[in-house]
Design a protein around this ligand. Sequence first.
Ligand code: AMP
Ligand code: GLY
Length: 381
Amino acid sequence: MPNFLLVGNGAREHAIAEAVCRNPAVRLFAFMSANNPGIASLSKKSKGEVAIGNIHSPEEVARFAKSHKIGLAFPSPDAVLAAGVSDALIAQGIPCAAPTKEASRLEWDKSYARELLRDFRVPGSPKFGIFDNEQEAHSFIDSLGGQVAVKPSGLTGGKGVKVTGFQLKDGIEAKKYSSELLSIRHSGLASIVIEEKLDGEEFSLQAFSDGKKVFGMPLVQDHKRAYEGDIGPNTGGMGSYSDANGLLPFISKEHRDAALSIMQKSIEAFRKKTGKPYLGILYGGFMLTSSGVKLIEYNCRFGDPEAMNALSILTSDLYGIFEQMVQENITHAPTFAKKATVCKYLVPEGYPGKSITDQPLAFNQSALGKIRCARVLRLGL
Ligand code: AMP
Ligand code: GLY
């Protein structure tokens, strides 16, 4: 059994490490930017090793991998993929169960993702335009009656998108925000995407892709607004749940199949455009609207916290799936226990604005709320 390398150190990566280590033959090596004691303990137990370094440096990660005779790697966070860590590992002959920099462009360049889907007639996109010119952006906002989502093309840690009726009062504020974005470059990308504002319920569909076929995981709904009753600002995620049947109370099997079919067509489009397979996790953020299932965005990694929901009930061997993924042939659809899951975050006072840090943490059972669930998965602190 080759040594396995995980790059990353969040609660999501702990869930990945836990799932991989259910295979007792795996030796877990982890390259982290800060010590995650959960990952470190799994690594120790499996007779692997951990190192702390710059996870966004392809050279540093590749050097660690080479010196520890890594046979299979999983670089996890979006910025690590965008930095080209998979490419550096592959260049050393180390297979990676995660997308290359080119493939993860589906996430780090929102213009690219929308254009790919448009050019290959993949359904599910809202009306959109891509702009680097202020006046044209403003006219497009007017043409949509000011009801828009304004997005920088590049990565912003999930906090750059603003939508009329939420973070933007009206079309005037949308125009102001689009001008502001055009004056800064996010992750070096100058353009912005303006989309028709969609209304509906959001859901997450994560899938394993071997380049030919996508295999969906149970649907998860992520709750991003802070405070009880979802009345606070958007955050990276406050909690999430999944249902025992793999669907959600508001999503039928037909809706789920429609979302998975958009993802299947997208990996086929990527192959047609580049001649290369999309290998790794593909995660679609979708919205069920009155005109059907629409794609909000792609992520080229597990969701955070959605990974914790799906991986805690994965009954197949995750290491085995990764191995088949890099061989471009997942032979059996991965299986999941028929259980509901809930993930609830406890966050510092002041989050997501100015978090009060380095405080002792005191909580009791009531801090977890009145949730009745199969298992409280993790406290993301
Ligand atoms: P994204 O980073 O593209 O996932 O956008 C962040 C959040 O903005 C999403 O989770 C949605 O809540 C919202 N959003 C993005 N695009 C749209 C849209 N076209 N219509 C309505 N809401 C959107
Ligand atoms: N749960 C949102 C994300 O992982 O981007």
